[in-house]
Design a protein around this ligand. Sequence first.
Ligand code: ZN
Length: 656
Amino acid sequence: MSAERPARPEASASTRPTSPVAPAVPRTGALRPLGVDEVRLEGGFWGSRQELNRSTTIPHAEHWVEEMGWAPNFELAATGSLPEGRRGTEFADSEVYKLLEGMAWEVGRTGDAALDARLRRLAKRVAAAQEDDGYLHTAFGRAGQPPRYSNLEWGHELYCFGHLIQAGVARLRTHGEDQLVRVALAVAHHVCAEFGDPDDTRLGGHPEIETALAELSRATGDPRYLEQARLFVERRGRGHLGEIGFGPEYFQDDVPVREAEVLRGHAVRALYLAAGAVDVGVDTGDAELVAAVDRQMQTTLARRTYLTGAMGARHDGEAFGGDFMLPPDRAYAESCAGIASVQTNQRLLLHDAAAQHADVVERTLYNVVAAAVGEDGASFFYTNPLHQRTVGRAPAPDEVSPRAASSVRAPWFAVSCCPTNLIRTIASLGTLLGGVGGEDGKELHLHHFMPATVRTRLDDGAEAALQLRTVYPDDGRVTVTALEAPSDGAAVRLRVPSWAAGAQLIGPEGEARAVPSGQMTGPVVLHAEESLTLQLPVEPRLTRADPRVDAVRGQVAVEQGPLVLALESPDLAAAGLAEDVAAAELVTAHPLARRDGRTWVQVRTRALPESSWPYRSTSDDGTAREAGKVADVALVPYHAWADRGPSTMRVWIPEA
Ligand SMILES: [Zn+2]
């Protein structure tokens, strides 16, 4: 690239870091989120994972984007040597962008100067590959490469731009304008120039640019980006994209967004589009569009979502299955789909402040996001099935795995969207903790329970600081203390999860009252140094599925607070039973018990006879009804399965 470059779009006066410093900050809505600079997680379930993300997962991904050639692709582009030597898929650029976004949130959260220097170096390499008109992609447009926008269905150019823009937004909000921000602004400017004609019908095969442009508009105050996001949302669903073998449903080009009844097709595409449509609907005052996505999400939750919160049943096309088609062993349940569900539900939550959206966020965080990263911080699940039938092989630390390998977490994948997506999600996780809103903008809503300190300003400018103390989800007691509060007190509301029947709230005067589940508590006013305690029942409980989920009919699952539990082969062996979850049945008449920090169930196993034909007459009671052997077996949280190495596992267990 030449040193001389044409004038770039300037960041407007509003492109200073503004509060709140969060990934999604709608212009209007019932709540504004907390910023990464307003929430400090202090250990506990998520604080320790956030620290592991900083210390291990980010450097791990920095290593792998070099190892795979994805970061070096930008140097090849800058020196004019592409396409020779380019490595990775047509969306490999996006992994570098998601990593940059995660690094930006982390620097914003901690002020880590060494990480900031690494971020700048990586951003500089990306910037060097940008073309004079703002276009930036390593797989298109050069001699020997397909022309720009010649394969909108599969090319992922706009998808990659979306991730670059989100990284730019993260940097803008956490730091202010710099090289990464200018690169993102130039890409966005290019997109608006290229695709901004209202008569243009072109759009990308993988949604993502919509939510990114809407957020850039929020962060800069520039309405052009929001309008471009709106155009992309409205263009989809009208059959403008060509066929790539999965049908138009694959990329949601079958039905316009505002007319669809349910999420369908490729799960990550559907959910990123949903998030972008909420952004556009909220910021343009298009209540019909927001209501359409809300309705689609409610139907998807009612019919197309796993107990873990995971979405996407089909391996073929990485797609949603039909209604109630939720096989536990063939669950695709991509980690990225879980993250995209968190993003969409968080946007719906900020819009209407309804606790049900935060319930979905919590379920997905504890049972998809937490499961997708190993306890070493350097291994990942791409798919998240609820039943693992065969014992896998642990890949070597320097070995790349196929994406759908699910029996053991892998250090990296040839298609590695999930690890970098997890990095940015966990780095910015504190912003999900709660929001500021209510009728007068003076209420603090707390949606999640983690040891933390929150320091924020209410809408009238008054400062409030809260301290949360809990060992949730191991225990259901959550204490909130006001460290600072306005003279008339801070009004605090807490989410009571939908599973928490019998929850109690103990106010500052020590008065206890029952609080209904599945909604926010009424406001409790805390003056400085006053506390309230929420007591949630986290005893283990048995769960059955709607009978239309045929794949798990006659089976039960055990949940405990927000955690889905699982039966895993090492625990069967430890109990002296056959090490095969296929032969296990749950004796549900036996009470669930907690001891030694674990949940115990009574399990019966029977010798399953080998036969040449796995079916038999119902009149043949045979060996299958042998009494078998019964023992107490400890369950594991689903998020921790396979932490002890290759195993078999099941969430849904047949009733004895
Ligand atoms: Zn993924």
